[in-house]
Design a protein around this ligand. Structure first.
Ligand SMILES: O=C(O)CCC(=O)C(=O)O
Length: 248
């Protein structure tokens, strides 16, 4: 699947683009099964991270993370190599593509927590901001169950982030933009099987899941493979950032 000219123009102007119908119902159902099997296994192995960043007690609210998803289940490895997906990303980043981060982000019904405002490239540090994120919905993502929010057009500069927690106490998500004027924020509601793609300088956040249904998403972050290795790679496990496409 390739983004059309209108979608690319919207991405450049607003910093994001949404689209429904990327995956069919059967593909979504299969991914949901594999996703929950992976969550259950990581939970049994006590390696399921909770990256929720709200002020509430961590025990009460969760954003569970399937970290380096392609190393956790073959279905995620297949997804990241899917030519429909890579064609789409190639339209924004060019023909040399490398995976830089890959995570399932699962907000359970009623106890799904928040992810604070941040820009992805604050974490990745890829030169020239040559990264793009694709957030794929495995459930209809709505305001009520904790969809993402964006600030249209505010993807032009890197903003300062503050560390939220002592990294010894919490692993995972620990930087956020404080005191951001979010009065122009818009929700990125996406149907299951659809996606939201955002520029790596697009500030984004997500709120709690107050519904009786889960909100399961998969965030796939790509960089231009021609860029030098960013510092983030040093903390990732072996095999976490494969080259997915190379130009001739
Ligand atoms: O899934 C979410 O709620 C947050 C995702 C996110 O922050 C990201 O993909 O960078």
């Amino acid at each position: 699947m390739r983004l059309n000219a209108v979608q690319i123009e919207q991405f450049e102007r607003d910093g994001y683009v949404l689209a429904d119908g990327f995956l069919g119902a059967e593909e979504v159902a299969h991914l949901q099964d594999c996703y929950m099997a992976t969550v259950d296994r990581l939970s049994r192995e006590r390696s399921l991270q909770n990256v929720q960043s709200g002020d509430d007690d961590d025990e009460d609210f969760q954003v569970f993370q399937i970290r380096t998803a392609h190393l956790q289940h073959p279905v995620f490895r297949m997804l990241i190599n899917d030519s429909r997906l890579l064609d789409m990303v190639e339209g924004l980043l060019g023909p040399d593509l490398r995976l830089i981060h890959y995570q399932g982000l699962y907000k359970p019904a009623r106890t799904g927590g928040e992810v604070g405002w941040h820009q992805d490239n604050h974490y990745f540090n890829v030169a020239e901001n040559r990264t793009v994120s694709v957030w794929l919905a495995l459930d209809d993502a709505t305001v009520e169950n904790g969809c993402m929010w964006y600030l249209p057009g505010q993807h032009r500069e890197a903003l300062p982030h503050e560390q939220l927690w002592d990294t010894d106490e919490k692993k995972g998500f620990y930087f956020a933009i404080r005191d951001l004027d979010d009065s122009t924020a818009v929700p990125a509601e996406v149907k299951r099987g659809g996606f939201a793609i955002h520029h790596c300088l697009m500030p984004h956040r997500s709120l709690k899941n107050g519904t009786d249904r889960p909100r399961r998403g998969i965030a796939m972050h790509f960089m231009d493979a021609k860029m030098p290795d960013p510092s983030m790679l040093k903390i990732l496990p072996e095999g976490a950032t494969p080259i997915l496409r190379r130009s001739k």
